[in-house]
Design a binder for this molecule. Structure first.
Ligand SMILES: Nc1ncnc2c1ncn2[C@@H]1O[C@H](COP(=O)(O)OP(=O)(O)O)[C@@H](O)[C@H]1O
Ligand SMILES: N[C@@H](CC(=O)OP(=O)(O)O)C(=O)O
Length: 465
């Protein structure tokens, strides 16, 4: 409590929704913030799930936004959201006015004007973190620690004009330089910022991690602590593998590849500002804060001890397979495909190719059935491939490790356990990144593929059945 000694280093500390789900968790968070004077800047998510099957406040806000868009004015939407904040606020005896203000802000959301429905959705969602940051600042104050809520508008967190998938604009970092970190704790809401036109925009889901990373870079932090509900980042998702090995240290780029391919514990885009600022990240458990957690650092600070650091799997992909003889001789084939993707506003993730074959892998979240249909028709008409197959049932497995570069035969060791268990591999991609191998499998095989590869590289592991 208080500031009996001067703070030395500056740490940005982000707490995920699971760490702020109710008053009991918020109490732990207050203690964590108070336990280290260097924890100067706090980033909050919206209250998350309290138990399996619970609904995150962000999802309640999405329901509220959708109801508003259909003209449904049932007060239950506000009531369901407000009770989450009320329970936390009452646990800390925050002044009535703080809770009344939260309720008023929730009620006024439908009355504001928005340029379009997408911006309305962004503004509703962002209030999960905004209101939680205001409330958390009040909880800290009630607990005897000076704290101030910082509005991302005041801080100059500027985002692109993509209301629900925004990216940070470079000017943000100049704006953040002007922020003075003094005696009081600064509490920032995660997940959102403002466009140059002054409208709220959010990052993609899970984006509070990105805000923490932006602040860590912009405020020149010595460490970015990311508190969640697991003791460490594990070598495989603990929902797939029983008691996976914790990773004590890993590199920025290992984390980037693993979070991209399914390690949801840390948002995949969030690594980038931390790399740009060379700020190490420490993922820790709010419920076990004395454990060391996982440290994510520059390459030069890690000496790999094993070939594989982690194995991730994700089902969020779909693929388009094209076959045409003499594809290798066709000038402009890929260009024509890219033009069609551009026409439909679709980006692709990977494009592995063979002499007569091409597979294009997409993030399925950006595609609806109508777009897929039109895009495939266009490709068929324009390029006339011998085979065109849309594969909706597509998963990517990523096996990642800095240690792979020095080890011969890793591919064989990845493929063998899959072959032994009859799992078909549709694609292997090792080309560009020398620290990862990517495999394409059917969705239904993805979890098993992760398990068997894990078992092979981390022997004696118990497997969940
Ligand atoms: N390799 C992994 N190591 C640790 N956790 C993982 C991994 N892969 C997926 N997870 C999941 O990530 C969850 C934490 O992320 P998230 O739910 O976004 O937390 P928060 O609400 O704290 O932001 C864990 O509970 C775990 O189920
Ligand atoms: N609350 C937002 C943003 C976020 O980052 O949340 P969390 O830290 O709980 O993953 C979401 O649910 O997407």
């Amino acid at each position: 409590m208080g500031t009996s000694r001067e703070w030395k280093l500056m740490k940005v500390v982000k707490f995920g929704g699971s760490s702020l789900a109710d008053a009991a968790h918020v109490e732990k968070v207050v203690q964590i913030v108070q336990a280290d004077l260097d924890r100067k800047v706090v980033v909050t998510s919206a209250p998350g799930k309290r138990f399996a099957g619970d609904i995150k406040v962000t999802d309640l806000l999405i329901k509220y936004a959708n109801a508003t868009l259909t003209g449904d004015t049932d007060p239950k939407y506000v009531a369901d959201i407000f009770t989450r904040y009320e329970e936390i606020g009452q646990g800390f005896n925050v002044p009535e006015a703080v809770l009344a203000d939260i309720k008023a802000k929730l009620e006024s959301l439908p009355k504001q004007s928005y340029p379009n429905d997408d911006y309305l959705m962004a503004a509703f969602k962002a209030h999960g973190e905004r209101l939680n940051a205001e409330l958390f600042a009040a909880c800290l104050t009630q607990s005897g620690t000076k704290a101030r809520f910082v509005d991302p508008k005041e801080a100059g967190i500027l985002l692109s004009d993509d209301p629900n998938q925004a990216s940070v604009l470079e000017e943000t970092y100049d704006n953040l330089k002007k922020i003075k970190v003094g005696d009081e704790k600064l509490v920032f809401p995660g997940f959102f910022g403002f466009t140059k036109n002054g409208y709220i925009a959010t990052f993609a889901r899970g984006g509070s991690d990105i805000t923490g990373s932006i602040l860590a870079r912009g405020l020149n932090a010595s460490l970015y602590e990311n508190f969640t509900d697991v003791d460490a980042i594990f070598a495989a998702n603990p929902k797939i593998v029983d008691h996976p090995l914790p990773i004590t240290k890993m590199t920025f780029r290992e984390m980037r590849e693993l979070s991209y391919a399914g390690f949801s514990v840390f948002n995949d885009e969030a690594i980038i500002p931390a790399i740009q600022g060379q700020v190490p990240i420490n993922v820790k458990n709010t419920n076990n804060p004395d454990l060391p957690g996982t440290l994510i650092v520059p390459e030069k600070d890690v000496t790999p001890t094993r070939p594989v650091t982690g194995i991730a799997g994700s089902n969020r992909f779909a693929a388009l397979y094209l076959h045409r003889y003499l594809l290798n001789k066709q000038v402009g084939f890929t260009l024509k495909i890219l033009n069609i993707l551009y026409k439909y506003g679709v980006s692709y993730e990977h494009m592995p190719s063979g002499i007569d074959d091409l597979t294009i892998i997409f993030d399925r979240n950006q595609l609806d059935t109508d777009t897929i249909h039109k895009m495939c028709n266009d490709i068929q008409k324009t390029l006339n491939p011998d085979t065109l197959e849309w594969i909706d049932d597509y998963a990517i497995i990523m096996v990642v490790g800095e240690g792979m570069r020095a080890k011969i035969g890793t591919i064989e060791n990845i493929i063998r356990p899959l072959a032994e268990h009859g799992i078909a591999v549709h694609m292997i991609n090792q080309g560009a990144s020398r620290i990862s191998i990517m495999l394409g499998t059917r969705e239904s095989d993805a979890d098993d593929a992760v398990k068997y590869i894990y078992q092979h590289f981390f022997s004696n592991a118990k497997l969940k059945v």
